[in-house]
Design a binder for this molecule. Structure first.
Ligand code: HGY
Ligand code: MN
Ligand code: MN
Length: 416
Protein backbone atom coordinates (compact mmCIF):
# COMPACT_ATOMS: atom_id res chain seq x y z
CA UNK A 1 0.00 0.00 0.00
CA UNK A 2 1.41 3.41 -0.87
CA UNK A 3 -1.08 5.38 1.27
CA UNK A 4 -0.37 8.56 -0.60
CA UNK A 5 3.44 8.47 -0.55
CA UNK A 6 3.79 7.67 -4.26
CA UNK A 7 1.08 10.13 -5.28
CA UNK A 8 2.73 12.86 -3.25
CA UNK A 9 5.96 12.45 -5.22
CA UNK A 10 4.35 13.17 -8.60
CA UNK A 11 6.06 16.31 -9.89
CA UNK A 12 3.47 18.54 -11.61
CA UNK A 13 6.10 20.82 -13.19
CA UNK A 14 8.15 17.90 -14.55
CA UNK A 15 5.06 16.28 -16.06
CA UNK A 16 3.95 19.53 -17.70
CA UNK A 17 7.45 20.27 -19.00
CA UNK A 18 7.60 16.85 -20.64
CA UNK A 19 4.27 17.44 -22.37
CA UNK A 20 5.59 20.69 -23.79
CA UNK A 21 8.83 18.94 -24.79
CA UNK A 22 6.92 16.17 -26.58
CA UNK A 23 4.63 18.75 -28.22
CA UNK A 24 7.67 20.08 -30.10
CA UNK A 25 7.73 16.78 -32.00
CA UNK A 26 5.26 17.68 -34.76
CA UNK A 27 4.23 21.10 -33.48
CA UNK A 28 1.73 22.80 -35.84
CA UNK A 29 1.33 26.56 -36.49
CA UNK A 30 -1.92 26.59 -34.47
CA UNK A 31 -0.17 25.02 -31.45
CA UNK A 32 -1.37 21.49 -32.03
CA UNK A 33 0.62 18.37 -32.89
CA UNK A 34 0.90 16.33 -36.09
CA UNK A 35 2.91 13.24 -35.15
CA UNK A 36 1.64 10.43 -37.35
CA UNK A 37 2.24 6.82 -36.39
CA UNK A 38 5.74 5.42 -36.97
CA UNK A 39 7.09 8.60 -38.53
CA UNK A 40 10.51 9.81 -37.38
CA UNK A 41 8.71 12.23 -35.05
CA UNK A 42 6.88 9.30 -33.46
CA UNK A 43 10.13 7.33 -33.23
CA UNK A 44 11.81 10.30 -31.55
CA UNK A 45 9.02 10.40 -28.97
CA UNK A 46 10.09 6.86 -28.06
CA UNK A 47 13.68 8.07 -27.97
CA UNK A 48 12.83 10.85 -25.52
CA UNK A 49 11.01 8.40 -23.28
CA UNK A 50 13.97 6.03 -23.37
CA UNK A 51 16.40 8.83 -22.43
CA UNK A 52 14.25 10.01 -19.51
CA UNK A 53 13.89 6.43 -18.30
CA UNK A 54 17.62 5.77 -18.65
CA UNK A 55 18.32 8.67 -16.26
CA UNK A 56 16.55 6.50 -13.69
CA UNK A 57 18.17 3.26 -14.72
CA UNK A 58 14.98 2.08 -16.41
CA UNK A 59 15.63 -0.17 -19.40
CA UNK A 60 13.71 0.21 -22.70
CA UNK A 61 12.36 -2.53 -24.96
CA UNK A 62 10.69 -2.61 -28.37
CA UNK A 63 8.61 -5.37 -29.91
CA UNK A 64 8.08 -6.41 -33.59
CA UNK A 65 5.18 -3.95 -34.15
CA UNK A 66 7.04 -1.04 -32.53
CA UNK A 67 5.33 -1.11 -29.12
CA UNK A 68 7.78 0.46 -26.66
CA UNK A 69 8.29 -0.41 -22.96
CA UNK A 70 10.24 1.49 -20.28
CA UNK A 71 10.76 -0.89 -17.34
CA UNK A 72 11.31 -0.28 -13.64
CA UNK A 73 12.42 -3.58 -12.16
CA UNK A 74 10.54 -5.26 -9.31
CA UNK A 75 11.97 -7.51 -6.62
CA UNK A 76 10.74 -10.68 -8.35
CA UNK A 77 11.62 -10.68 -12.09
CA UNK A 78 9.78 -13.97 -12.59
CA UNK A 79 6.43 -12.21 -12.08
CA UNK A 80 4.48 -10.64 -14.96
CA UNK A 81 4.77 -6.84 -14.88
CA UNK A 82 2.06 -4.26 -14.32
CA UNK A 83 1.84 -1.96 -17.35
CA UNK A 84 0.50 1.54 -17.91
CA UNK A 85 0.56 3.66 -21.05
CA UNK A 86 -1.22 4.83 -24.18
CA UNK A 87 -0.07 6.17 -27.58
CA UNK A 88 2.36 8.79 -28.91
CA UNK A 89 0.86 9.06 -32.40
CA UNK A 90 -1.71 11.76 -33.13
CA UNK A 91 -4.42 12.65 -35.59
CA UNK A 92 -3.23 14.83 -38.53
CA UNK A 93 -4.38 17.95 -36.67
CA UNK A 94 -4.14 16.57 -33.17
CA UNK A 95 -3.55 18.10 -29.77
CA UNK A 96 -0.81 18.09 -27.14
CA UNK A 97 -2.47 15.63 -24.75
CA UNK A 98 -4.44 12.86 -26.54
CA UNK A 99 -2.43 9.66 -26.02
CA UNK A 100 0.83 11.21 -24.91
CA UNK A 101 -0.69 12.05 -21.51
CA UNK A 102 -1.14 8.35 -20.75
CA UNK A 103 2.47 7.64 -21.71
CA UNK A 104 3.93 10.53 -19.71
CA UNK A 105 1.65 9.90 -16.72
CA UNK A 106 2.92 6.32 -16.67
CA UNK A 107 6.57 7.42 -16.72
CA UNK A 108 5.81 10.07 -14.09
CA UNK A 109 4.17 7.43 -11.86
CA UNK A 110 7.26 5.19 -12.15
CA UNK A 111 9.51 8.11 -11.22
CA UNK A 112 7.29 9.13 -8.31
CA UNK A 113 7.30 5.56 -6.98
CA UNK A 114 11.09 5.65 -7.35
CA UNK A 115 11.31 8.99 -5.53
CA UNK A 116 9.08 7.62 -2.77
CA UNK A 117 11.60 4.79 -2.34
CA UNK A 118 8.85 2.21 -2.80
CA UNK A 119 9.89 -1.23 -3.96
CA UNK A 120 7.34 -3.39 -5.78
CA UNK A 121 7.25 -7.17 -6.26
CA UNK A 122 6.30 -6.86 -9.91
CA UNK A 123 8.15 -4.73 -12.45
CA UNK A 124 6.32 -1.62 -13.66
CA UNK A 125 6.38 -0.68 -17.34
CA UNK A 126 5.43 2.57 -19.07
CA UNK A 127 4.17 1.65 -22.55
CA UNK A 128 3.76 3.22 -26.00
CA UNK A 129 1.24 1.30 -28.14
CA UNK A 130 1.92 1.72 -31.85
CA UNK A 131 -0.56 3.47 -34.16
CA UNK A 132 -3.65 3.97 -32.00
CA UNK A 133 -5.06 6.61 -34.36
CA UNK A 134 -6.52 4.51 -37.16
CA UNK A 135 -6.94 6.18 -40.53
CA UNK A 136 -4.61 9.07 -39.76
CA UNK A 137 -1.67 7.38 -41.51
CA UNK A 138 -2.32 3.63 -41.60
CA UNK A 139 -5.83 2.15 -42.06
CA UNK A 140 -5.85 0.21 -38.76
CA UNK A 141 -6.28 1.84 -35.33
CA UNK A 142 -5.16 0.42 -31.98
CA UNK A 143 -2.71 -1.55 -34.13
CA UNK A 144 0.08 -2.15 -31.60
CA UNK A 145 -2.23 -3.07 -28.74
CA UNK A 146 -4.36 -5.41 -30.85
CA UNK A 147 -1.26 -7.20 -32.19
CA UNK A 148 0.16 -7.38 -28.63
CA UNK A 149 -3.13 -8.89 -27.40
CA UNK A 150 -3.09 -11.45 -30.24
CA UNK A 151 -6.35 -10.14 -31.77
CA UNK A 152 -4.58 -9.06 -34.97
CA UNK A 153 -1.84 -11.16 -36.58
CA UNK A 154 1.54 -9.41 -36.78
CA UNK A 155 1.92 -10.29 -40.46
CA UNK A 156 -1.48 -8.76 -41.29
CA UNK A 157 -0.51 -5.49 -39.61
CA UNK A 158 2.98 -5.35 -41.12
CA UNK A 159 1.69 -5.55 -44.69
CA UNK A 160 -0.65 -2.56 -44.35
CA UNK A 161 0.47 0.55 -46.23
CA UNK A 162 -0.06 4.29 -45.88
CA UNK A 163 -1.26 6.64 -48.65
CA UNK A 164 2.28 6.76 -50.09
CA UNK A 165 2.59 2.98 -50.18
CA UNK A 166 5.00 2.80 -47.24
CA UNK A 167 4.25 -0.43 -45.34
CA UNK A 168 4.00 -0.79 -41.57
CA UNK A 169 6.94 -3.21 -41.80
CA UNK A 170 9.13 -0.53 -43.44
CA UNK A 171 8.00 2.11 -40.95
CA UNK A 172 8.63 -0.16 -37.95
CA UNK A 173 12.11 -0.96 -39.27
CA UNK A 174 12.86 2.76 -39.61
CA UNK A 175 11.54 3.41 -36.09
CA UNK A 176 13.61 0.54 -34.73
CA UNK A 177 16.75 2.04 -36.25
CA UNK A 178 16.11 5.40 -34.52
CA UNK A 179 16.15 3.85 -31.07
CA UNK A 180 19.14 1.48 -31.33
CA UNK A 181 19.63 1.26 -27.57
CA UNK A 182 16.20 -0.34 -27.05
CA UNK A 183 16.28 -4.10 -26.48
CA UNK A 184 14.23 -6.34 -28.79
CA UNK A 185 11.33 -8.08 -27.10
CA UNK A 186 9.16 -10.78 -28.70
CA UNK A 187 5.35 -10.69 -28.68
CA UNK A 188 3.39 -12.85 -26.30
CA UNK A 189 4.54 -11.37 -23.01
CA UNK A 190 2.27 -11.96 -20.00
CA UNK A 191 0.87 -8.84 -18.29
CA UNK A 192 -0.48 -8.85 -14.73
CA UNK A 193 -2.69 -5.79 -15.24
CA UNK A 194 -2.92 -2.59 -17.27
CA UNK A 195 -4.07 0.94 -16.38
CA UNK A 196 -4.39 3.74 -18.95
CA UNK A 197 -4.62 7.41 -18.08
CA UNK A 198 -6.18 9.63 -20.76
CA UNK A 199 -7.84 13.01 -21.17
CA UNK A 200 -11.62 12.55 -21.32
CA UNK A 201 -11.99 14.06 -24.79
CA UNK A 202 -15.49 15.06 -23.72
CA UNK A 203 -17.02 17.82 -21.56
CA UNK A 204 -18.47 15.88 -18.60
CA UNK A 205 -15.67 16.11 -15.99
CA UNK A 206 -15.10 19.83 -16.58
CA UNK A 207 -18.84 20.56 -16.63
CA UNK A 208 -19.35 18.79 -13.30
CA UNK A 209 -16.18 20.15 -11.70
CA UNK A 210 -14.62 16.70 -11.24
CA UNK A 211 -10.89 15.99 -11.48
CA UNK A 212 -10.87 12.19 -11.88
CA UNK A 213 -13.04 10.03 -14.13
CA UNK A 214 -13.30 6.38 -13.11
CA UNK A 215 -14.06 4.86 -16.49
CA UNK A 216 -16.94 2.35 -16.38
CA UNK A 217 -16.77 1.25 -20.04
CA UNK A 218 -15.63 2.13 -23.56
CA UNK A 219 -18.50 2.26 -26.05
CA UNK A 220 -18.53 -0.01 -29.08
CA UNK A 221 -17.73 1.11 -32.62
CA UNK A 222 -18.32 0.02 -36.21
CA UNK A 223 -16.43 1.51 -39.16
CA UNK A 224 -17.22 1.22 -42.85
CA UNK A 225 -15.86 2.41 -46.17
CA UNK A 226 -18.50 3.21 -48.80
CA UNK A 227 -17.60 3.30 -52.53
CA UNK A 228 -20.01 4.97 -54.97
CA UNK A 229 -19.40 4.33 -58.69
CA UNK A 230 -20.92 6.44 -61.48
CA UNK A 231 -19.35 7.63 -64.72
CA UNK A 232 -16.80 10.36 -65.43
CA UNK A 233 -18.20 12.85 -67.92
CA UNK A 234 -17.81 16.27 -69.45
CA UNK A 235 -19.27 18.97 -67.19
CA UNK A 236 -20.39 20.99 -70.21
CA UNK A 237 -21.98 18.39 -72.43
CA UNK A 238 -23.68 15.64 -70.39
CA UNK A 239 -27.34 16.36 -69.65
CA UNK A 240 -28.67 15.88 -66.14
CA UNK A 241 -30.85 13.04 -67.42
CA UNK A 242 -27.82 11.11 -68.72
CA UNK A 243 -25.50 11.73 -65.80
CA UNK A 244 -24.30 9.05 -63.37
CA UNK A 245 -22.85 11.55 -60.94
CA UNK A 246 -21.15 9.76 -58.02
CA UNK A 247 -21.01 12.98 -55.98
CA UNK A 248 -24.80 13.50 -56.17
CA UNK A 249 -25.40 9.85 -55.24
CA UNK A 250 -22.88 9.95 -52.37
CA UNK A 251 -24.42 13.09 -50.90
CA UNK A 252 -27.91 11.60 -51.18
CA UNK A 253 -26.61 8.48 -49.41
CA UNK A 254 -24.85 10.40 -46.62
CA UNK A 255 -27.93 12.55 -45.97
CA UNK A 256 -30.02 9.38 -45.70
CA UNK A 257 -27.44 7.83 -43.37
CA UNK A 258 -27.48 10.91 -41.11
CA UNK A 259 -31.28 10.55 -40.89
CA UNK A 260 -30.93 6.81 -40.19
CA UNK A 261 -28.48 7.40 -37.34
CA UNK A 262 -30.34 10.33 -35.78
CA UNK A 263 -31.67 9.06 -32.44
CA UNK A 264 -33.99 11.11 -30.18
CA UNK A 265 -31.72 10.92 -27.11
CA UNK A 266 -28.50 11.85 -28.99
CA UNK A 267 -26.51 8.80 -27.81
CA UNK A 268 -25.54 7.58 -31.30
CA UNK A 269 -22.25 9.01 -32.61
CA UNK A 270 -22.19 8.98 -36.43
CA UNK A 271 -19.41 10.65 -38.43
CA UNK A 272 -18.41 10.88 -42.08
CA UNK A 273 -14.84 12.10 -41.61
CA UNK A 274 -13.25 11.30 -44.98
CA UNK A 275 -14.93 11.98 -48.36
CA UNK A 276 -12.87 11.69 -51.54
CA UNK A 277 -14.15 12.65 -55.00
CA UNK A 278 -12.51 11.32 -58.18
CA UNK A 279 -11.11 12.54 -60.46
CA UNK A 280 -11.60 15.71 -58.37
CA UNK A 281 -11.45 18.00 -61.44
CA UNK A 282 -13.88 20.93 -61.76
CA UNK A 283 -14.83 20.15 -65.39
CA UNK A 284 -15.38 16.42 -64.84
CA UNK A 285 -18.54 14.81 -63.51
CA UNK A 286 -17.26 12.63 -60.61
CA UNK A 287 -17.24 8.95 -61.48
CA UNK A 288 -16.15 7.70 -58.04
CA UNK A 289 -16.61 8.76 -54.43
CA UNK A 290 -15.29 6.95 -51.36
CA UNK A 291 -16.34 8.00 -47.87
CA UNK A 292 -15.81 6.70 -44.32
CA UNK A 293 -18.40 5.87 -41.65
CA UNK A 294 -17.52 5.94 -37.96
CA UNK A 295 -20.51 4.80 -35.85
CA UNK A 296 -20.42 4.33 -32.07
CA UNK A 297 -22.82 3.40 -29.31
CA UNK A 298 -22.59 1.85 -25.81
CA UNK A 299 -25.21 -0.84 -26.58
CA UNK A 300 -24.18 -3.85 -28.68
CA UNK A 301 -27.78 -4.43 -29.84
CA UNK A 302 -28.00 -0.90 -31.24
CA UNK A 303 -24.61 -1.28 -32.94
CA UNK A 304 -26.00 -4.38 -34.64
CA UNK A 305 -29.43 -3.00 -35.50
CA UNK A 306 -28.34 0.36 -36.92
CA UNK A 307 -25.03 -0.88 -38.35
CA UNK A 308 -26.55 -3.81 -40.21
CA UNK A 309 -28.90 -1.41 -42.04
CA UNK A 310 -26.06 0.61 -43.61
CA UNK A 311 -25.96 -1.42 -46.84
CA UNK A 312 -29.73 -1.09 -47.32
CA UNK A 313 -29.71 2.68 -46.80
CA UNK A 314 -26.89 3.01 -49.33
CA UNK A 315 -28.66 0.89 -51.96
CA UNK A 316 -31.96 2.75 -51.48
CA UNK A 317 -30.33 6.12 -52.23
CA UNK A 318 -27.80 5.32 -54.96
CA UNK A 319 -29.81 6.70 -57.87
CA UNK A 320 -28.26 5.63 -61.21
CA UNK A 321 -24.91 4.76 -59.55
CA UNK A 322 -23.54 1.57 -57.97
CA UNK A 323 -22.63 1.47 -54.27
CA UNK A 324 -20.74 -0.91 -51.97
CA UNK A 325 -20.44 -0.56 -48.18
CA UNK A 326 -17.69 -2.63 -46.51
CA UNK A 327 -17.26 -2.87 -42.74
CA UNK A 328 -13.58 -2.28 -41.92
CA UNK A 329 -13.62 -2.57 -38.11
CA UNK A 330 -15.88 -3.46 -35.22
CA UNK A 331 -15.17 -3.31 -31.50
CA UNK A 332 -17.65 -4.34 -28.84
CA UNK A 333 -18.38 -2.20 -25.76
CA UNK A 334 -15.74 -2.94 -23.08
CA UNK A 335 -16.88 -2.76 -19.43
CA UNK A 336 -14.43 -2.01 -16.58
CA UNK A 337 -15.48 -3.34 -13.18
CA UNK A 338 -14.11 -5.00 -10.06
CA UNK A 339 -10.76 -4.49 -8.36
CA UNK A 340 -9.05 -2.02 -10.72
CA UNK A 341 -11.78 0.64 -10.92
CA UNK A 342 -12.27 0.20 -7.16
CA UNK A 343 -8.55 0.89 -6.61
CA UNK A 344 -8.81 4.01 -8.79
CA UNK A 345 -11.83 5.21 -6.82
CA UNK A 346 -10.19 4.60 -3.43
CA UNK A 347 -6.95 6.25 -4.55
CA UNK A 348 -8.85 9.35 -5.70
CA UNK A 349 -10.70 9.42 -2.37
CA UNK A 350 -7.43 8.92 -0.41
CA UNK A 351 -5.84 11.80 -2.30
CA UNK A 352 -8.87 14.01 -1.71
CA UNK A 353 -9.61 14.35 -5.45
CA UNK A 354 -13.17 14.80 -6.72
CA UNK A 355 -14.26 11.97 -9.01
CA UNK A 356 -17.17 10.45 -10.89
CA UNK A 357 -17.86 7.29 -12.91
CA UNK A 358 -17.78 7.97 -16.64
CA UNK A 359 -18.32 6.19 -19.98
CA UNK A 360 -15.61 6.62 -22.61
CA UNK A 361 -16.97 7.88 -25.92
CA UNK A 362 -13.51 7.57 -27.44
CA UNK A 363 -11.74 4.30 -28.24
CA UNK A 364 -8.49 3.37 -26.54
CA UNK A 365 -5.77 0.72 -26.46
CA UNK A 366 -7.37 -0.54 -23.24
CA UNK A 367 -10.01 -2.21 -25.46
CA UNK A 368 -7.41 -4.83 -26.37
CA UNK A 369 -5.48 -5.02 -23.11
CA UNK A 370 -8.82 -5.87 -21.48
CA UNK A 371 -8.85 -9.07 -23.57
CA UNK A 372 -5.66 -10.36 -21.92
CA UNK A 373 -5.50 -8.91 -18.40
CA UNK A 374 -7.43 -6.89 -15.78
CA UNK A 375 -7.61 -3.37 -17.23
CA UNK A 376 -8.97 0.03 -16.20
CA UNK A 377 -8.80 3.69 -17.22
CA UNK A 378 -8.38 7.00 -15.42
CA UNK A 379 -9.73 10.16 -17.08
CA UNK A 380 -8.82 13.77 -16.41
CA UNK A 381 -10.65 16.79 -17.85
CA UNK A 382 -9.71 18.63 -21.02
CA UNK A 383 -10.84 22.17 -21.79
CA UNK A 384 -14.45 22.24 -23.05
CA UNK A 385 -14.02 18.55 -23.90
CA UNK A 386 -12.28 19.53 -27.14
CA UNK A 387 -9.99 16.89 -28.67
CA UNK A 388 -8.83 15.69 -32.10
CA UNK A 389 -8.33 19.41 -32.52
CA UNK A 390 -5.18 21.55 -32.36
CA UNK A 391 -6.57 23.68 -29.55
CA UNK A 392 -6.95 20.63 -27.24
CA UNK A 393 -5.94 21.79 -23.76
CA UNK A 394 -5.60 20.55 -20.15
CA UNK A 395 -4.25 21.96 -16.88
CA UNK A 396 -1.01 20.96 -15.11
CA UNK A 397 -3.04 20.32 -11.94
CA UNK A 398 -5.48 17.92 -13.60
CA UNK A 399 -2.72 16.05 -15.45
CA UNK A 400 -0.72 15.66 -12.24
CA UNK A 401 -3.82 14.58 -10.29
CA UNK A 402 -4.42 11.74 -12.73
CA UNK A 403 -0.77 10.73 -12.42
CA UNK A 404 -1.05 10.77 -8.60
CA UNK A 405 -3.99 8.37 -8.72
CA UNK A 406 -2.11 6.23 -11.26
CA UNK A 407 1.00 6.04 -9.06
CA UNK A 408 -1.06 4.88 -6.08
CA UNK A 409 -2.88 2.24 -8.10
CA UNK A 410 0.30 0.90 -9.73
CA UNK A 411 1.92 0.37 -6.31
CA UNK A 412 -1.13 -1.57 -5.15
CA UNK A 413 -1.21 -3.73 -8.26
CA UNK A 414 2.54 -4.36 -8.39
CA UNK A 415 2.53 -5.72 -4.84
CA UNK A 416 -0.23 -8.25 -5.45
O1 HGY B 1 -11.19 7.49 -32.44
C1 HGY B 1 -10.94 7.29 -31.26
O2 HGY B 1 -11.82 7.07 -30.45
C2 HGY B 1 -9.52 7.36 -30.78
O3 HGY B 1 -9.28 8.64 -30.29
N1 HGY B 1 -8.59 7.04 -31.82
MN1 MN C 1 -7.37 10.07 -30.48
MN1 MN D 1 -6.23 8.62 -27.56
Amino acid sequence: MSDGKAGAKVDEARLWRRHMDMAELGKTPKGGVRRLALTDLDADARGKLMAWGAERGFKSFIDPIGNFFVRREGTDPSLAPVMSGSHTDTQPSGGRFDGIYGVLAALEALEAIDDAGIGTRRALEAVVWTCEEGGARFPMGTMGSSVFAGTVKLADALELADFDGVTVAEAVERTRARVPAAVDRPLGMKVASFVEAHIEQGPELEARGKTIGVVTAIQGARRFLVEVLGEDGHAGTVTRARRRDAFVAATDITKALYRHFTDPDDVVRFTVGRFTVEPNAPAVIPGRVVFSIDFRHPDEAVLTRLGDAVEGVCQANRGPCEVKAVQTARSQPVPFSGLLPDLIQSAADRLGLSSMPILSGAGHDSIYLAKICPTAMIFVPCEKGISHNEIENATPYDLASGARVLAEVLVELANR
